[in-house]
Design a protein around this ligand. Structure first.
Ligand code: SAH
Ligand code: SF4
Ligand code: F3S
Length: 445
């Protein structure tokens, strides 16, 4: 029998990438196989993101552009999954009647049943109920070959930062069992993955009756064959010294922390409900650098939050200069209906937000470059991930600190960790030469 084909497109954060892998496994169980050609698919799923208005617009445009496929093949199933499904189901049903299936992030367990029903009766299926318990402990993802395996260890968020839609789209915080995470790590290693990235909207709020996040991290570090471990995103409020202590003890836990700052102004941090002050953030960074000298730190920053004054924005620039993050993801505030900040009456005009974003990007670009230039002549360990896009004579891989590095090919293979002498830095990228054992000895003596 000819198996039906699915095509899935993923928007948003790594948690959505992981969820799409879970969904793929569910579809395979239902008898579907994957296709890369959207034109030939019997089922198209878009796994969506609602974090900023732009993310939603992209998906709306994509859905509009898919209407012709439905006209051509009325049996085609089009589904919207994830955070927009959760948030915008009524709009979708009204504007895009050709969408057949709308599933929120806690409804993926039902996919086999839903698809089978949809193939029998032609009515829309909507399930966007959020669950207090769904953690998919017993569902595993279908991963393609690769270097890094994403593993979700907790779902949801209880922090309610006033700008953020995630607590509404993903529901309450809940953690997977340590046992189920470790089982998945072992599977990933058996399947050839050498790097593990543990995921959660507040990855360090992870807690179970068997232990906290630092306990889980230590157990993952002890799994044989795990060459590198990363995790994202921790919340500054939930950082404890145990975690730093575990990180400093295991070589395979990367010396890298993504630590979202959001703003450098105390009054804005308060309005954002971030629960820390800039002084506490500075202390935390000092503590990190104390436990893990040279630890690479990246961040997220929002400019143009409602009521942000020139002085508040200057505080953010000052913090960036002071902390010197290795790199940063920078965003213009985007008002999300349903969140508290969307109700604030001092929303800023687009040109101010744009201007501040440009200033911030310019500053951070020079800081990133300065940090990278400091690495010239040092030895960095690079995990080779793929051929460089620019030339097949070069590898592309990341340092322990998460900086992409281009290395001239020798006899190495993908998935190997090799010592590299850094010879140049441009923008956000490092360039280096692989060292032989003899050269390494010379360099490190
Ligand atoms: N849980 C993580 C971040 C999740 S969202 C944390 O607490 O840091 C990723 C980033 O998107 C956030 O760190 C924030 O910088 C940005 N973001 C979230 N909501 C936003 C909004 N309404 N407008 C602009 N940026 C936003
Ligand atoms: Fe959003 Fe804040 Fe939760 Fe991060 S911690 S997901 S920014 S509400
Ligand atoms: Fe987007 Fe949902 Fe992730 S809103 S950033 S896909 S949790």
């Amino acid at each position: 029998m000819n198996r039906k084909k699915y095509y899935i497109e993923t928007y948003g954060c790594q948690m959505n990438v992981y969820d799409s892998e879970l969904v793929e496994n569910q579809l395979i169980k239902t008898g579907y196989k994957q296709t890369n050609s959207i034109e030939s698919a019997d089922l198209i799923f878009l796994n969506t993101c609602a974090i900023r208005e732009k993310a939603e617009e992209t998906v709306h445009n994509r859905l509009t552009s898919l209407a012709y496929l439905k006209k051509r093949n009325p049996n085609l199933i089009i589904g919207v999954l994830g955070c927009m499904a959760q948030n915008l189901k009524d709009d979708l049903l009204k504007d895009k009647p050709y969408v057949d299936v709308i599933l929120g992030p806690d409804s993926y367990r039902r996919i086999p049943e839903i698809i089978t029903n949809r193939n029998k009766e032609l009515n829309n299926i909507v399930d966007t109920k959020l669950s207090k318990y769904e953690i998919y402990n017993d569902l595993f993802p279908s991963r393609k070959e690769g270097v890094n395996a994403w593993i979700s260890i907790m779902r949801g968020c209880d922090k309610f930062c006033t700008f953020c839609i995630v607590p509404f789209t993903r529901g309450r915080e809940r953690s997977r069992s340590i046992e189920s995470v470790i089982e998945e790590v072992k599977h990933a290693v058996e399947d050839g993955f050498v790097e593990i990235t543990l995921l959660g909207q507040n990855v360090n709020s992870y807690r179970t009756s068997d232990g906290s996040f630092s306990c889980l991290l230590e157990k993952v570090a002890q799994v044989e064959g795990v060459k590198r471990i990363r995790y994202t995103s921790p919340h500054p409020q939930d950082f404890d010294e145990n975690l730093l202590e575990v990180m400093s003890r295991y070589d395979n836990i990367c010396n890298y922390i993504h630590l979202p700052l959001q703003s450098g102004s105390n009054s804005i941090l308060k309005k954002m409900n971030r629960t820390y002050s800039k002084e506490e953030f500075i202390d935390l960074v000092a503590k990190i650098r104390d436990y893990i000298p040279g630890c690479s730190i990246s961040t997220d920053v929002i400019v143009g939050f409602p009521g942000e004054t020139d002085a508040d924005f200057q505080d953010t620039l000052d913090m960036m200069k002071k902390i010197k993050f290795n790199f940063a993801y920078m965003f213009k505030y985007s008002s999300r209906p349903g969140t508290k900040a969307a109700e604030y009456d001092n929303q800023l005009p687009e040109d101010i937000k744009q201007n501040r974003l440009e200033q911030l990007i310019e500053l951070q670009s020079s800081i990133t470059l300065e940090n990278n230039i400091e690495k010239i002549n040092s030895v960095q360990y690079i995990l080779i991930e793929k051929e460089s896009k620019k030339s097949n004579n070069y590898w592309s891989g990341r340092t322990d600190g998460n900086t992409w590095t281009i290395v001239k090919k020798n006899k190495e293979n993908v998935k190997e960790v090799i010592p590299v002498k850094i010879i140049d830095a441009k923008g956000v990228t490092l360039f280096g030469e692989a060292l032989t054992k003899k050269e390494l000895l010379y360099e490190t003596n």
